[in-house]
Design a protein around this ligand. Structure first.
Ligand code: FAD
Ligand code: NAI
Length: 471
């Protein structure tokens, strides 16, 4: 067992996802001697390797394929023979991933962060052991940041093989386009990955336990998305649960049951995607040895300073409470580095944006009208459709709207919800306005270039006081 002064650190980060690697960079910038441990062959965690990035690469490629079939002719562009080259599409996705994970390795070197390849196990509050290909190394450290992320939840009666019964990881790498796919779970992964394969020719059926898709997102936004997915050929079975499965050589037979009247039926598909949520990952971390407390869902418990029950051991990202989003993990990583180095760090959980990268996209921040009412807040709501926007007309996609939720008394923006073209990019200005405690009037009085989709955001802000100009 090697133990050298080289292996003494101010901060050891376990896990190199967006939370871990961004936190490590901030720590190094603040002068902390920092190490990062990663058990997988490449850095970047779920997000870069099997999450945000490959899924967005495939969503982009499949959208081009769909546009070539349906939309280009409306622009006067004739394409005579459209063929899918799945191998090239997948190779492009892998190239995007490789460039970005390589970029993280570069950033580690640039910031003089020591990378250890192997599994990190906490032995004491100041000792972490790395077990990797090189054997065992012991690191001593003043502080530890746990950033070990999450893994998919599975169903007890349906064994994942990542070929026919897949999680998002398998769904990102199918070798051929299945004729049929059942997606269990109508959340973000189900709709994004379901969209990819539906666009490429698979008949997709989504089975969702709840009576609506996408959990807590603005229901009106979700309805617009659902209508468009149905138009594109996706079927939905809401208020339905899967109760049993038989995996055959060619197909998987699922027994489904209506939550409302318990009526049973069966569904057959070539591939089943299980997308019913993710859970915190702490296997092999050694939490028990040092007494790190977890909640009922297995997440590491943290206080407002992101400290676990052991004060010099912090935890961030998917392994703790809150939305499982890359940018949330990043901000928490930065906050921990700042808490350790300066005593001050901050994450504004009221402005964590969330995007579903479907067609159309849904982008959302802060409170929905319903949530504001549940909290006893009086609000004004401004809404404006893309239908009345010149740029949306030029683009050829005019469905959807922007909705701004503002406090009735102060006019401070409490939430913004967009369904429509490029919603993900449009949301940014609402997030920034909220971060500066801005009002709908602030947004409505700000210049927006013409013609741009962002004018719809401005009009929705003006509509809060019924001052919209273009309709
Ligand atoms: P992770 O990214 O999960 O990283 C944890 C790392 O820790 C992993 O590399 C793991 O190997 C390593 N590790 C675990 N235990 C140990 C150990 N003991 N020793 C060493 N290493 C260890 N979020 C978005 O914001 N936008 C999106 O578009 C988006 N798309 C997604 C698409 C899919 C298909 C999936 C699955 C997720 C998506 N997410 C998205 C969620 C996002 O990926 C996560 O929220 C984010 O990766 C969490 O970051 P993290 O740093 O907490 O953990
Ligand atoms: P999710 O929580 O978004 O959705 C899971 C859905 O499955 C829920 O609607 C739930 O009601 C349903 N469900 C649960 N059990 C079920 C059952 N037995 N039968 C039928 N339906 C069932 O989780 P998902 O889609 O797996 O994604 C995991 C996480 O990854 C999300 O929390 C999200 O934050 C993150 N992610 C983010 C993305 C983004 O930001 N664009 C993209 C993909 C994932």
């Amino acid at each position: 067992m090697a133990e050298t002064s080289e292996n003494q650190f101010d901060l050891v980060v376990i896990g190199s996802g967006p939370g871990g690697y961004v936190g490590a960079i901030r720590a190094a910038q603040l002068g902390l001697k920092t190490a990062i441990i990663e058990k997988d062959p490449t850095l970047g965690g779920t997000c870069l390797n099997v999450g945000c990035i490959p899924s967005k690469a495939l969503l982009e490629s499949s959208e081009h394929f769909q546009a070539a079939h349906h939309d280009l002719k409306n622009h006067g562009v004739k394409v005579s023979k459209i063929e899918l080259d799945l191998e090239t599409m997948m190779a492009r996705k892998s190239k995007v991933v490789k460039e970005l994970t390589g970029g993280v390795s570069f950033l580690m070197r640039k910031n003089k962060i020591t990378v250890f390849n192997g599994t990190g196990t906490i032995k004491t509050a100041n000792t972490v052991v790395v077990i990797g290909a090189k054997g065992e190394e012991t690191l001593t450290t003043k502080n530890i940041m746990i950033a070990t992320g999450s893994v998919p939840v599975s169903l007890p009666f349906l064994k994942i093989d990542e070929k026919k019964v897949v999680t998002s990881t398998g769904a990102l790498s199918l070798e051929s386009v299945p004729k049929t796919m059942t997606v269990i779970g109508g959340g973000v992964i189900g709709l994004e990955m379901g969209s990819v394969w539906s666009r490429l020719g698979t008949k997709v059926t989504v089975v969702e336990f709840a009576d609506h898709l996408c959990g807590v997102l603005d229901k009106e936004c979700v309805e617009v998305l659902k209508k468009n997915l149905v138009k594109d050929g996706v079927d939905f079975l809401l208020s339905t649960k899967v109760t049993d499965a038989k995996v055959g050589a060619k197909a998987i037979q699922l027994t489904v049951q209506s939550v409302k009247d318990e009526k049973q039926s069966s569904l057959e598909a070539e591939v089943v995607l299980v997308a019913i949520g993710r859970k915190a990952f702490t296997d092999g971390l050694g939490c028990e040895a040092v007494g790190i407390a977890k909640d009922k869902q297995g997440r590491i418990e943290v206080n407002n300073h992101l400290q676990s029950s052991v004060p010099n051991i912090y935890a961030i990202g998917d392994v703790i409470r809150g939305p499982m989003l890359a940018h949330k993990a990043e901000e928490e990583g930065v906050a921990v580095a700042e808490f350790i180095s300066t005593g001050h760090g901050h994450v504004n959980y009221n402005t964590v944006p969330s995007v579903v990268y479907t067609h159309p996209e849904i982008a959302s921040v802060g409170l929905t009208e319903e949530q504001a009412k549940e909290q006893g807040l009086s609000v004004n709501v401004g809404k404006f459709p893309f239908l009345a926007n010149a740029r949306a007309k030029a683009l050829g996609f005019t469905e959807g709207f922007v909705k701004i939720v503002a406090d009735k008394t102060t006019d401070r923006i409490l939430g913004g919800h967009i369904v429509g073209p490029r919603a993900s990019e449009l949301l940014g200005e609402i997030v920034v306005t909220m971060e500066f405690s801005g009002s709908s009037e602030d947004l409505g009085r700000s210049f927006h270039s013409h013609p741009t989709l962002s004018e719809v955001v401005r009009e929705a802000a003006l509509a809060v006081e019924k001052r919209q100009r273009q309709m």
